[in-house]
Design a protein around this ligand. Structure first.
Ligand code: SF4
Ligand code: FE
Length: 510
């Protein structure tokens, strides 16, 4: 099944990327076209609206999310972005896509933040590939630390896997969030033991796992799935303390696509009502129905005392990754300024002030993701980690500021954003003249352009991209309370008290 819309997108994608197709190169990187072909070669079991999809790549609802991941391949091919998009592998010495890189300096971390903003601005949505990058970096630290304590060989195993990912320029899905069942109970005490993913069988050649991971960003656009535990664990939960990587089409893995507000607009003919012509994100429930994992892909097996460390490293990296929202914020601010100009309201002082406020909030977010990167440090494995306190502060701001930026954009846009007729009414011989006549503003601005920019604002604030810009800002990489717990744990209150007491002459013996 390929809708008219799907065909339009295919053509657009081909045109947009053709100039970046490269010859055989010493750099082990895929072009966007090769990435798309590699997905066609997967045999994923994907369900949407109650039916299995025969063709995932060309499905009009999923395809925009594939286009967004393809952008991470495309920008890596463009000379002007190579400083940000490429890195030098610490294992092969080759140039690689930064999404497969293990950070070797604070400069690497800063470039990662800039890459997130860049891609957010180019796509206006979640481009999904960060979860894999963050899993790889967290595992590079924790496999090393486990080996130091238990004399295991996880790190070597991990580096072999990493070399494979880098050599083939793969997209990995980092899968952390279990369904969690009854929140009062730890994994082993749940009525249904599968509500957290766990080991059900140990074999000579590997392990068998069962369970699920929810809200999986980019899952069906990934070549690999990297599974990690979702919380700190105790001895009784050791069967749940498991981390591994599998090809996304491994036997027993299936995907049930999540719905998004206005998602079926992507399957309509025309290209205006979905707001963002090309890009989108997606999430899915990933079910592991007795899935075999060979030992060489197991990176944690019952080391329950390291589950929390893995969660925290991944969470800190992924909280930094929310630099993406700064890029999406750039798009929304640009859209708000544009509709203000189209409406002839851009000179009004209160509109100018609202745009200033949006920029203030957005750049404050940028400060956070740059700061936690600049203040990073080297772990024993050699990997550079972000400053966890600042990464949590940054992500906590992300749970708030995009909502205010969105509120201001909706204020500037006006109610027409949600009351205007459809693209079909703009094209219909019976209604076009009325739509043209009554939605005209500045004679220099085509009515269609005004409606298009309003649809983009709607998409970002209320439509499919609002999942990525708003709800994901709230809950992705951990809900606000998760950051508040980390802030309370990481902040040095005693030091602050000492500073205060010293200044006013109170003795402090602590
Ligand atoms: Fe990356 Fe942002 Fe999407 Fe997370 S929400 S995967 S950080 S683009
Ligand atoms: Fe996310």
């Amino acid at each position: 099944m390929k809708s008219e819309r799907g065909i339009v997108l295919l053509k657009y994608h081909a045109r947009e990327t053709s100039s970046f197709e490269t010859k055989e190169q010493d750099i082990p990187m895929m072009t966007p076209g090769q990435y798309e072909e590699s997905l066609r070669n997967l045999n994923l079991e994907v369900y949407m609206f109650g039916k299995r999809l025969e063709n995932v790549v060309d499905d009009p609802i999923i395809r925009p999310s594939m286009n967004a991941v393809a952008k991470t391949y495309e920008l890596a091919q463009r000379p002007e972005y190579q400083d940000i998009m490429l890195a030098t592998s610490h294992i092969s010495g080759k140039k690689i896509n930064r999404f497969t890189h293990i950070h070797q300096s604070t400069e690497d971390l800063v470039k990662k933040s800039k890459m997130g903003r860049l891609l957010g601005r180019h796509t206006g949505c979640c481009f999904q590939r960060c979860v894999g990058m963050d899993s790889l970096n967290a595992l590079s630290i924790v496999t090393y630390n486990m080996d130091a304590k238990y004399n295991t060989s996880y790190h070597e195993r991990f580096l072999e896997y990493l070399a494979y990912v880098q050599e083939h320029d793969l997209t990995c899905d980092g899968a952390m969030t279990d369904p969690k069942g009854d929140r009062r109970l730890p994994p082993h005490a749940q009525d249904d033991p599968d509500l957290y993913l766990h080991v059900v069988e140990e074999r000579a050649d590997g392990i068998v796992v069962r369970g699920a991971k929810a809200h999986q960003t980019g899952a069906v656009n990934s070549h690999e799935i990297i599974v990690m535990p979702t919380l700190s664990m105790k001895k009784e939960d050791e069967d749940y303390a498991v981390s591994f990587a599998l090809p996304s089409d491994a036997e027993g893995i299936l995907y049930i696509m999540g719905r998004q507000s206005c998602d079926t607009r992507k399957a309509e003919s025309g290209n205006m009502d979905q707001g963002n012509l090309i890009y989108g994100g997606h999430e899915a429930l990933v079910v592991f129905d007795n899935v075999f994992v060979p030992w060489d892909r197991v990176f944690m097996y019952k080391e329950y005392d390291f589950a929390g460390q893995l969660v925290e490293h991944f969470a800190s990296y992924h909280r930094q990754s929310y630099a993406c929202k700064v890029g999406v914020g750039d798009v929304l601010i640009g859209a708000a300024q544009t509709i203000a100009e189209y409406n002839g309201a851009d000179r009004a002082s209160h509109v100018k002030d609202k745009v200033i406020e949006m920029n203030h909030l957005n750049e404050t977010l940028f400060c956070g993701c740059i700061a936690c990167a600049s203040e990073g440090h080297k772990e024993p494995s050699g990997t550079f980690a972000v400053n966890s306190l600042l990464a949590n502060i940054h992500k906590h701001n992300v749970t708030r500021f995009p909502y205010e930026i969105s509120r201001l954009a909706q204020d500037i846009a006006g109610g027409l954003m949600v009351t205007m007729p459809s693209e079909k009414d703009l094209r219909s011989s019976e209604t076009a003249k009325w739509v043209e006549k009554y939605f005209k503003t500045n004679p220099d601005v085509p009515t269609e352009d005004r409606l298009r920019i309003l649809r983009l604002i709607e998409n970002l604030c209320l439509g499919t991209a609002a999942v990525g810009y708003l709800t994901e800002s709230m809950h992705g990489a951990g809900s606000p309370q998760a950051q508040r717990i980390m802030i309370s744990r990481l902040v040095n209150l005693k030091e602050k008290q000492k500073a205060a007491k010293r200044l006013c002459g109170i003795a402090d013996d602590s």
